[in-house]
Design a protein around this ligand. Structure first.
Ligand SMILES: Nc1ncnc2c1ncn2[C@@H]1O[C@H](COP(=O)(O)OP(=O)(O)O)[C@@H](O)[C@H]1O
Ligand SMILES: [Mg+2]
Length: 237
């Protein structure tokens, strides 16, 4: 399967009373399957909107988005649900775990939704990969921020979805934990996953070989990080 991402002249406007907020303006870009790309931009530049469109959580106002040879902008809601379930792993800034489900149940829930066989075993394995094998019975409030975010990553990985969308996944974490989380994401390259990582932090953007900069809903740069790529172990922010 081919999961190359292609946006052609994509715009997104939100209605605010009588006025229109322009979140993305005529964006075109291509991301190859297996690439790790950082989207860098200040607050309000359209980063989250872009991930939401690629993940089909929202529809574009204009333009076309294709994943492989499938168009996702004009398909029905049920098909968008199937696309999300099979293709996308989301990691949100604020974790979004279910507070009344244990770590294991949070991950297994997603595995069940994706109709995976041996969902419990797969959930346990995903939690082991993120280093939480010992804490699978804990509830979110019994886990630190970094541990909660690792559960969120396990949830995104358990389906083995080809595209991971990570929206400022280190925003709520201390530096050391943030670095562990970023390492986990970058390691996904080994399993040929595409990772779209959003950040407003220029230093963090240096972990990638390709950084797409957004400003006011438009692409203002697309290429290697301006100050060079840095291995995660040497990142400081
Ligand atoms: N649901 C919404 N309704 C109205 N305006 C929105 C909505 N979501 C985002 N926006 C606006 O769209 C612009 C881009 O937002 P966003 O994609 O969240 O930026 P970022 O993630 O880079 O901070 C901002 O001006 C924001 O206020
Ligand atoms: Mg955002």
């Amino acid at each position: 399967m081919n999961y190359d991402i292609k946006l052609q002249n994509v715009s997104k406007y939100y209605a605010m009373g009588n006025s229109k907020v322009k979140a993305l303006e005529n964006l075109s870009l291509e991301i190859d399957h297996g690439e790790i790309v950082v989207f860098l931009g200040p607050s309000g530049s359209g980063k989250t909107t872009l991930l939401n469109l690629v993940g089909a959580l929202e529809n574009a106002t204009n333009g076309m988005i294709t994943i492989g040879n499938k168009e996702i902008t004009q398909i029905k809601r049920q098909k968008q649900f199937t696309y999300r379930r099979e293709t996308i792993g989301f990691i949100f800034q604020t974790f979004n775990l279910f507070p009344t489900l244990s770590a294991l149940e949070n991950v297994q829930y997603v595995a069940d939704l994706a109709k995976l066989k041996r969902s419990k075993q797969k959930a346990i394995e995903a939690l082991q990969i993120v280093g939480l094998g010992e804490r699978i019975r804990h509830f979110p409030h019994q886990l630190s921020g970094g541990e909660q975010q690792r559960v969120a990553i396990a949830r995104a990985l358990v389906k083995d979805a080809p595209i991971i969308l990570a929206d400022e996944p280190t925003g709520e974490l201390d530096f050391k934990t943030g670095r562990q989380i970023l390492s986990l994401l970058v390691e996904q390259k080994q399993t040929k996953k595409t990772v779209l990582l959003v950040t407003h932090n220029r230093e963090i953007s240096r972990l990638a070989h390709r950084v797409i900069e957004l400003q006011s809903g438009q692409i203002v740069a697309d290429g290697p990080p301006k100050d060079g790529t840095v291995s995660i172990d040497n990142l400081e922010w």
